[in-house]
Design a binder for this molecule. Structure first.
Ligand SMILES: C[S@@+](CC[C@H](N)C(=O)[O-])C[C@H]1O[C@@H](n2cnc3c(N)ncnc32)[C@H](O)[C@@H]1O
Length: 345
């Protein structure tokens, strides 16, 4: 996917329309030809999946095959052509079957008005609060969900949550009772549910910041009486210094950089470094490139992200001023679907 020419401000959430508006128009003869060929291939692979649903093949096999074929098609087409094909896929009759999956449907319908809200993540986390929605789904919907919740991206998101719990607990164990944590784009802060350090009072302050007041309200309710402070704020309020949050031993952002253009990502990283105490650590995560599920996510889930390679993560780090202030490393999670940058001051 091409990076945006416009400077996304880190407040306006990325939508498929915004991505389409920023993509190069396929008006050249070559791109037009690619579009015609790509549309024909897409029609065949969607018709095949539709037929498989009609013939009641196992849901997991159908969605597995469809995801793989979409991935191959996406990889061979120029991104501007693929972006024109994604809406065509969504309008195909096969979408009606796929939208029975509560996870795909939530992502597609965007009940909170933007992609990647915390409740969508709760489907991936298999959080108990989502059980009624899953139980109310059709048999086909539950079968599809059994597959999508085990997709490599879902596995990586659960691993990300658990890595963050481990990280917070490790940092808190270095400064028992006196560690301060800032989570940016906290969502429902599910990584705190299993934090021993939080339970044991080893964290003095854990600020959970998010732009969505519903998520902020849920965190305030669920963690009332603990060290967690739910704060309504955004990348923009952080960059404009509208909120004085203090200084922290550990700051991290997961599920946010995937929506930030390079220049905003660099500015936010710099701001986070400024909010660290001496010896503090900043971590940001991003979905990696070429993880085989992008085609399904961008079509039927209508979930557009800025996928980043290892070198794109490094390029955010290298664009920071005063490189001698920190040591950096970039590493993948176990199945390489999420990539992490860690900056140690
Ligand atoms: C994919 S969720 C991730 C939630 C959580 N970090 C997790 O990993 O489960 C993305 C979150 O980012 C928040 N978000 C998106 N853009 C934001 C912005 N510009 N400023 C602050 N929060 C933002 C959304 O409200 C949402 O809760």
């Amino acid at each position: 996917m091409n990076q945006f020419q416009t400077a996304l401000d880190g407040f306006s959430l990325i939508t498929p329309d915004l991505i389409a508006a920023n993509s190069e128009s396929p008006d050249s003869g070559y791109l037009q030809q690619q579009f015609i060929e790509g549309r024909a291939e897409l029609a065949i692979l969607l018709a095949l999946s539709e037929q498989q649903f009609q013939n009641r093949l196992p849901a997991a096999d159908i969605v597995h095959g469809l995801t793989a074929r979409l991935s191959v098609l996406r990889q061979k087409l120029p991104s501007s052509v693929w972006q024109r094909l994604a809406p065509i896929a969504r309008e195909h009759a096969v979408a009606a079957y796929l939208l029975e999956d509560p996870l795909t449907r939530w992502s597609f319908e965007k009940p909170r008005g933007y992609s990647g809200d915390a409740q969508l993540l709760d489907f991936i986390y298999e959080h108990p609060s989502m059980r009624p929605a899953i139980e109310q789904s059709s048999v086909l919907g539950r079968d599809l969900y059994a597959y999508t919740k085990q997709a490599s991206s879902s596995v990586a998101v659960r691993e990300r949550r658990d890595l963050l719990t481990t990280k917070v607990d490790a940092i808190a164990s270095e400064r028992p009772g006196d560690s301060e944590i800032l989570t940016i784009a906290a969502g429902h802060l599910r990584e705190a549910d299993r934090s021993r350090a939080l339970q044991d009072g080893a964290i003095s302050r854990w600020v959970a910041l998010d732009q969505d007041p519903l998520s902020v309200g849920l965190v305030a309710r669920d963690f009332a009486g603990s060290a967690v402070e739910a704060v309504n704020g955004s990348v923009r309020t952080l960059l404009s210094r509208a909120q004085q949050l203090g200084r922290f031993d550990f700051i991290y952002a997961a599920g946010l950089y995937d929506y930030l253009a390079h220049n905003v990502a660099v500015k936010l990283t710099e701001r986070c470094l400024q909010m660290l105490k001496p010896g503090g650590q900043f971590l940001f995560a991003n979905f990696a490139r070429d993880i085989s599920v992008e085609g399904y996510m961008e079509t039927f889930m209508n979930w557009e992200l800025l996928w980043r390679s290892e070198s794109e993560m490094w390029s955010i780090i290298r664009d920071l001023p005063n490189q001698d202030r920190f040591e950096a490393k970039v590493e993948f999670g176990e199945n390489r679907n999420v990539v992490y940058a860690i900056l140690q001051t």
